[in-house]
Design a binder for this molecule. Structure first.
Ligand SMILES: [Zn+2]
Length: 364
């Protein structure tokens, strides 16, 4: 198991390392507004005034028709800062910093959850060992209580993702306020937030099923819980897929095409893995009241389609989940580093050194 983690980590690190792809970009690789010397074309019209559609990078004010060497009438940031295209190195450094902090929250969240998850069997073993040594009845109830508490802790840790996603998906202050209601940014924000409810709900329902709570629950309530788990689960999956779509668009504005490619792979991989997990979970909830097949019931005679799908799904889930979780951590780590480099570029640009953004600290 440990060997598997190490091997996956090394191969993902090798694949994702942007320095491995340090070949000079082909002309077609250069993003719009990113001239080969790294400086974009100035967005001015024929008369030398700010072109239509240019918004202030710091506050979003429409700068059209103003003098390119003036100040934003709204926030006094020099207009020159907003005239060089959509690349992140022309964006507000404080916003870029919040993106990095957000990614760090998410990385810590994934690692903490993975460590706790692998500690769970050990915890379960210790508890049953202690109860046996103390001569207590090998406690199903105690075990259930511990598992429920553990599940609630795991679900509660989703808060780390929500904080991180909230920071990463903060609106670019230099973007127009005309994004669609269901933009990738918004879907990521609210979808990932759904995990705070769906995670604990799922665990309590599943562990409670073992203790026979589900059997004692009226059918209508049980059905409603399964529906809620499904809806929130779908929302969470949509949230993470949208988050990766949004991340991909952000790294394309660095521009970092290798990271964008990896974001797309993780998006598909993670999305399919989580969808499979949800389908298996819902099948389990509907096939067995309470979600867990009693061990004695699974015999060749009771091998129905749900049981087979469940078994195959469970076998695929562990390595797939591990692979894409490690891949995601590595991806977010490299994205964070790339954003940190971009943030330092916003401060070292010669054309910017003389025109600091109001409210930003001076470069050292
Ligand atoms: Zn402004």
């Amino acid at each position: 198991m440990l060997l598997m983690v190490v091997m996956i980590t090394i191969s993902v690190l090798w694949m994702a390392d942007p320095s491995r792809r340090s070949r000079p970009p082909a002309p077609a690789d250069v993003g719009a507004g990113d001239a080969p010397d790294g400086e974009g074309e100035l967005a001015v019209d024929e008369s030398g005034l700010v072109a239509p559609g240019v918004l202030c990078r710091a506050c979003g004010y429409n700068l059209q028709g103003l003098a390119p060497d003036g100040l934003c009438p709204e926030c006094s940031t020099p207009t020159a800062r907003s005239l060089r295209g959509d690349l992140l190195k022309y964006c507000a450094p404080s916003w870029l910093r919040r993106l990095q902090v957000g990614l760090l929250w998410i990385i810590v969240g994934i690692i903490v959850q993975a460590v706790l998850m692998s500690a769970m069997p050990i915890l379960a073993g210790v508890v049953s060992g202690v109860t046996a040594a103390a001569g207590l009845p090998s406690g199903g109830a105690m075990m259930t209580t511990i598992m429920v508490a553990f599940g609630l802790l795991m679900g509660g840790l989703n808060v780390l993702y929500v904080i991180g996603a909230w920071l990463v998906t903060e609106r670019d202050p230099g973007r127009a306020d005309d994004e669609p209601v269901l933009s990738a940014r918004r879907l990521a924000r609210y979808g990932i937030a759904a995990a705070v409810i769906s995670g604990p709900l799922q665990t309590v329902w599943q562990q409670g099923g073992r203790a026979g709570w589900a059997a004692a629950t009226p059918g209508v309530v049980a059905a409603l819980v399964v529906v809620a788990i499904t809806v929130l689960g779908v929302a969470t999956i949509v949230g993470w897929v949208s988050f990766l779509v949004y991340m991909r668009r952000l790294v394309l504005r660095i521009p970092q095409r290798a990271l964008a490619r990896h974001a797309r792979i993780v998006m598909w991989g993670y999305g399919s893995y989580m969808s499979l997990g949800l389908i298996v979970g819902v099948l389990a909830f509907t096939a067995f009241p309470g979600g867990t097949p009693p061990a004695a019931a699974v015999t060749p005679q009771t091998m129905s389609l749900p049981v087979i799908v469940l078994a195959v799904g469970a076998c695929l889930m562990v390595p797939a989940g591990l692979l894409f979780e490690i891949w995601a951590v590595v991806l977010f780590f490299f994205c964070r580093n790339a954003l940190r480099d971009v943030e330092s570029q916003t401060r070292t640009h010669a054309w910017e050194a003389s025109v600091p953004i109001v409210g930003e600290s001076e470069p050292a």
